[in-house]
Design a protein around this ligand. Sequence first.
Ligand SMILES: Cc1cc2nc3c(=O)[nH]c(=O)nc-3n(C[C@H](O)[C@H](O)[C@H](O)COP(=O)(O)OP(=O)(O)OC[C@H]3O[C@@H](n4cnc5c(N)ncnc54)[C@H](O)[C@@H]3O)c2cc1C
Length: 470
Amino acid sequence: MVEFSRKFDVLVVGGGNAALCAAIGARRLGASVLVLEAAPKFYRGGNTRHTRNMRCAHDAATDILTGPYTEEEFFEDLLRVTGGDTDEELARLMIAESKDMLNWIVEQGVRWQPSLGGTLSLGRTNSFFLGGGRAMLNALYRTAEQLGVDIRYDAEVIDLEIDNGIFLSATLKQGNGHVSAKASTIKASTLVAAAGGFEANIEWLKQYWGEAADNFLIRGTPYNRGSLLKMLLNKGVQEVGDPTQCHAVAIDARAPKFDGGIITRHDSVVFGIVVNKHAARFYDEGEDIWPKRYAIWGRLVAAQPDQIAYIIFDSTVVTSFMPTLFPPIGGQSIAELAAKLELDPAALEKTVADFNAAVRPGTFDHTILDDCRTEGITPPKTHWARRIETPPYLAYPVRPGITFTYLGTRVNKETRMLMKDGKPSANMFAAGEIMAGNVLGKGYAAGMGMTIGSVFGRIAGREAAKNAKN
Ligand SMILES: Cc1cc2nc3c(=O)[nH]c(=O)nc-3n(C[C@H](O)[C@H](O)[C@H](O)COP(=O)(O)OP(=O)(O)OC[C@H]3O[C@@H](n4cnc5c(N)ncnc54)[C@H](O)[C@@H]3O)c2cc1C
């Protein structure tokens, strides 16, 4: 039973990777630590539950990584995906510390496994968690409990008392709809905010996306509503990042509104064409290799009428990509397929016929920028273009699947939050999605969410513990 009347050294708000790395880091330095997780125990761990891998720099191949991935190469990848929109000092710090993460995370009980095959080709750069994100989290929770970290579930922080950049206390709502909720005040010497982004808060998303946000599906936890982020920003913490920027991919339109996870994502775009509800193509499906392009399709679909699109392909490619939870919708003719998708059959027949007529001969290879392309249509398909002509014809309906948002709290190298006047807070730290915008101005490279959580989580725990002891 957690004793709320005592004052803790470190209060960690959130229950995912960033929170646990901070809690373990602080506890190992002797601090008393309380973790407050809004979700019930079964759903603990936010978006971290859905993860599979983490990107870390390393100088040589290991048991699980097929070759070196230097700090410089990691930084170049980050510059490319963000278009330079990153805080270089924090980015270089994160990359340098990521090297040690490969060992540190194992010391906390997490195990790695060799990379899975598939379209993302991450075997050299990303380390995969044995058993996935849920197993990784279970190991972190077990370690935290063994170290004596106090953990409370169903414990949403609903208010913060902050005076002149100094955290004083948090108000906690315990219980959910089934149990009568009661509020308690928690005092602590330092605060680590690790409560994720605001991707599950549709009303907040609507401020930037308008009514279209009603059609977004949220790939992860419904508990990341940005409530802590909003409290911090309202109480003088400086914001970082563009509120419209987020990681968004195309996911199956039949997926649940929240928490569909990884098995709803479609990686079949390069093997076919993508049309909107008017059966018209709208973007080059073969612009670049899939690992560099999968994260733009959420935004592309979000820009289409009614935020819906359809990946259309034929029976020759069905085994070329990782299948999802949902089977494709099929028809023996394009017209039959269109009818099942509730698209105009004549319009879809024309789109496919125009595309087929524009395909030039080439040698197909989806691992390189091959010479299979179209000529004379807009938009072009610049690689991997092959005629769609072998029934049954197949389709996946897709919607924007929001992974996480980038608006966050600005931090310095100690992960100390900066206040609006530019001064560092005396005792407030942030880690994970809630401060990802410091490093990710836009864009994404697979596996970085966990790097941001682990590296800055560990730093936040260390700095908070040091701060509390002084
Ligand atoms: C389907 C999917 C797959 C992904 N795959 C990968 C991958 O393979 N590799 C990768 O690097 N990234 C991946 N990501 C991104 C990754 O999940 C996140 O970047 C990472 O988990 C963020 O960790 P975090 O600790 O900051 O947030 P989270 O793990 O989301 O944790 C936030 C926590 O805060 C809690 N919380 C929120 N508000 C409050 C409040 N007011 N009071 C108390 N608690 C609160 C939530 O309940 C939650 O436990 C994936 C995301 C999704 C959705």
